[in-house]
Design a protein around this ligand. Structure first.
Ligand code: HEC
Length: 411
């Protein structure tokens, strides 16, 4: 018990560090984009400068001046922005290990998708991260890299293929997290392997008075643009697992592909607006259309949870609101975790504070039970306790009957 409690504290602390580092990184990334756009040629700039911007914050006026060529006096002290991205990745991987690897059969594996043993799922996840980078990086060594459209399309197709593969191997929640981790790995590797060495090269070139090769800089900037398009999507993926998704597990890749496009398109909208002042209309159309596609996919795809829920809602299958079978289903499939003293290994306290031991506790949570165990398959996680469709129907009948009787089943 103490051990479980300590694990929980560790996970919580790591999550906090991860979020703090990610906020520092995103803030820096947004600030950098802003400076790039706003440092423009102005009157009375210092000699050799290509742009200048003034800002006010922290009770002071700041003057940012941009140089592409060696400044007359190379400063002895140069601020580097490295720890934010690196810390985000390291703590993120630690979270992945603490939550998804340590609790692989709860979060990473869904036997209805693929009955992988925990060690195999973990090995596939880690190998996937490394391999994806090798393939992604390889794309930039082909002629595809000469065309912006070609390389963006190739990178996108690679991500869709990966999402498809992962959705055939992992639970939908696991596939989503694995894709988030994959994209985060690509972004960090772009920084550590390509962008930072280019910057170091620029500094070396500046110190020796030589401009760095233009081709090197162009390659670094290309990676920077890719990162720019991926970050919003990554944040979306990282927080998506806190919502039980109503998605057909086998089609998680469709959701992932659409989310990547929506994230990129929204980023494109803002970039264009800030650079040219033009508010493009098509990104909204594309985003709306894709969102619609997603919602209908959730509702109509074969094996979809929502479709299952509708079937269970069939009046012919509706019985009485008898509570006795409900109590046994919950006791057999949920209470080992959702109790004041959970007996499931690794669960120290009732998850999200939800206890399902007494009839009263079960009734209070009826709407939530409906959301996670009837309308979706979010619970039990990875269906570890083997909740059957028949038992889900029992829960559905009780909730429907209660709702008809005007019982308090509030969202
Ligand atoms: C193996 C342990 C386990 C079992 C069995 C289990 N749960 Fe959970 N439950 C969890 C965990 C862990 C979370 C928190 C998930 C998260 O952090 O996203 C959770 C979260 C929930 C939530 C809150 C969801 C939210 O985010 O609002 C509800 C409701 C819930 N479970 C209901 C159930 C029901 C109903 C059953 C039985 C059909 C069940 N659980 C079986 C571990 C379990």
């Amino acid at each position: 018990m103490l051990k479980d409690f300590l694990w929980e504290i560790l996970t919580y602390g790591m999550r906090w560090l991860h979020v703090v580092a990610a906020i520092a990184w995103m803030g820096f990334a947004f600030h950098t984009r802003e400076l790039e756009r706003k440092t423009k040629p102005r009157d009375a700039m210092p000699e050799g400068a290509v742009g200048e911007a003034w800002s006010i914050h922290g009770f002071g006026f700041y003057r940012t001046v941009k140089y592409l060529v060696p400044p007359k006096n190379m400063p002895a002290y140069l601020i580097w922005y490295k720890w934010q991205a690196k810390t985000t990745w390291i703590t993120g991987f630690a979270m992945m290990a603490l939550v998804y690897y340590r609790g692989a059969e709860l979060y990473l594996i869904d036997p209805a998708v693929f009955a992988l043993p925990a060690w195999a799922a973990i090995a596939l996840s880690i190998a996937g991260l490394g391999l994806s980078w090798l393939i992604y990086d390889g794309l930039f060594r082909t002629p595809l890299a000469n065309s912006e459209t070609a390389i963006v399309t190739a990178a996108f197709l690679l991500l869709v293929v990966l999402a498809y593969l992962y959705s055939q191997l992992f639970s939908s929640r696991g596939a989503m997290m694995q894709m988030g981790a994959t994209m985060a790995t690509l972004v960090i590797a772009n920084i550590v392997v390509v962008i930072l060495p280019t910057l170091r090269n620029m500094v070396a070139g500046l110190s020796s008075g030589l401009p760095p090769p233009a081709e090197l800089i162009a390659r670094g900037m290309q990676r920077g643009r890719q990162n720019n398009y991926m970050v919003l999507t990554i944040v979306f993926m990282m927080i998506s697992n806190h919502f039980p998704s109503a998605f057909a597990p086998r089609y998680a890749w469709v959701l992932i592909a659409a989310v990547i496009v929506i994230g990129g398109v929204i980023r494109y909208f803002f970039d264009t607006m800030h650079e040219t002042g033009i508010k493009l209309r098509w990104p909204w159309g594309v985003s709306a259309l894709l969102t619609l596609l997603l919602v209908s996919f959730g509702a109509f795809a074969p094996g979809s949870d929502t479709r299952l829920a509708r079937r269970m809602d069939d009046p012919a299958r509706r019985g009485s609101g008898d509570f006795t079978p409900v109590k046994s289903v919950i006791a057999a499939r949920c209470s080992m975790c959702h109790a004041s003293a959970p007996v499931w290994p690794g669960i120290a306290s009732p998850p999200k504070g939800i206890k399902l031991e007494t009839p009263q506790e079960i009734r209070i949570h009826a709407a939530q039970i409906n959301r996670v165990a009837v309308l979706s398959h979010a619970m039990p996680p990875g269906n570890v306790t083997g909740l059957t469709d028949g038992e889900r129907a029992t829960l559905a009948r009780w909730i429907a009957a209660d709702a008809e009787a005007g019982e308090a089943v509030k969202p």
